[in-house]
Design a binder for this molecule. Sequence first.
Ligand SMILES: *Cc1c(COP(=O)(O)O)cnc(C)c1O
Length: 379
Amino acid sequence: MISYGKQSINQEDIDSVVQVLKSDFLTQGPMVKDFEQAICDYTGAKYCIAVTNGTVALHLCMLALNICKNDEVITSPNTFLASANCILYVNAIPKFADIDPLTACISIKEIKKQITSKTKCIIPVHFAGQSCDMQSIFEIAKNNNLFIVEDAAHAIGSKYKNTKVGSCQYSDLTIFSFHPVKTITTGEGGAITTNNEQLYKKLLMLRSHGMTKDPLNLIKNDGAWYYEMQELGFNYRLTDLQAALGISQLKRLDKFREKRRELVSLYKKFLVNDNRFSFLEEKPYSDACFHLCPILLNFNEITMTKKEIVKKLQDNNLNLQVHYIPVHLQPYYKDLGFKEGDFPEAERYYKQTISLPLYFDLSHDDVQHIVEIIKDIVK
Ligand SMILES: *Cc1c(COP(=O)(O)O)cnc(C)c1O
C-alpha cells in the first residue's frame, strides 16, 4: 500500500538514537540543546525551543503571547485542527480568513476583512510547504498591532524570498512539527523559533512546569536544590532520544528538499496537460520544500465522485488523504457557530483536492506507476 507520506530512516538515524540509549541521559541531556542549535543554524533564527509536538508548540505560543479570553486570533480554514484548536486552548476566539484558491494559503484580502478591535494575532499556515505572503501579512500586523505565529508544520526547509521559513524575519514565532508524515521526524516532536529573548525565556519556563532553577531568575534561593514555579506551565519537553533523531534528520533535510521538489515537478510534467487535473501555483516569493503534492480534480471533466475515485485508488493500493476538511465544518466548530458557506474557497478546494504520495523514498518509477493508475481510474 502506498500512502501520501512516510518517514525515511537510514542507518545513521538509527545509530544516533542507539548512541543516546547507551548514554547517561534519555531525556534532559545534551541532545535537545544540540538539536535546538541545529534548527537555529538552519533557519537563521536566534532562539529555538524543542517541544513534544507541533500542537503543544502552538499552545505555548498562545500562552507566551498572553492570548486569552475574548481575544480574537485569525487562521486559515484549510489546515490541520491544531492551528485553530490552540486558540481555543487559551479560551480565545478563533476567526478564519478564507484561502487564495491559487495557493490554498490564507488570503491577504480575507485577513483584512476579519480584523476587529479584538484581534490579537494571525496564524498563517504555510500550506503544503509553500510560504504564505509573509511581507504582506507582516504589514497588516504592523498596522493593526498584531502578533504573528507562523504554522510551519509543513514548511521546514522552505524558503520565503531570501529567508528560510522559521527565521522569524516577518513574525514573532514560528512552529514546526516532526510527526512522521512531515518532512523530518522525531517520532512525535515539534519546535518553536523566535528572535525575541523575552518570548524565548517565557517559553523555556512554560515547557517545564513554569519553573526555573536559574539563580539569576529566582525570587529567593534556599540552596542548590532550590527551584521555583513562577508560571503555570506543562511538561512539553522533547526527549534526548528524539532530539538525536532530529539532529540526524536535519542533516538530511536539503536532500529531502531536493527530492520532494523533483517528485512534484515529475507529477506536474505527467499530469499538467490532462484537463481532468490541475495543481496549485508556486508563487515567485516561495521556494518550497513541499510537504504535500495536492492534485485538484476538475469535476467538469470527470463523471465519478471523489468518494468513488478514492475508493478505487485504494483498491489499487494507493491510500491517499485529503488535506484538509475545512476546520470550520467540523462538528465542534459548527457548535461554535460556523457553517457551510462561510469560507467558500476553502470548501471548494476541499471538494476537489487529493494529496498525491510524496516522500523521500519514492522513486521516479513509483511516480510513473502512480500516475498511470490515476490516469486509468479517473473517469
Ligand atoms: C501536523 C500539523 C500540526 C500539528 O503537529 P503535531 O506535531 O502533529 O502535533 C499543526 N499544524 C499543521 C498545519 C500540521 O500539519
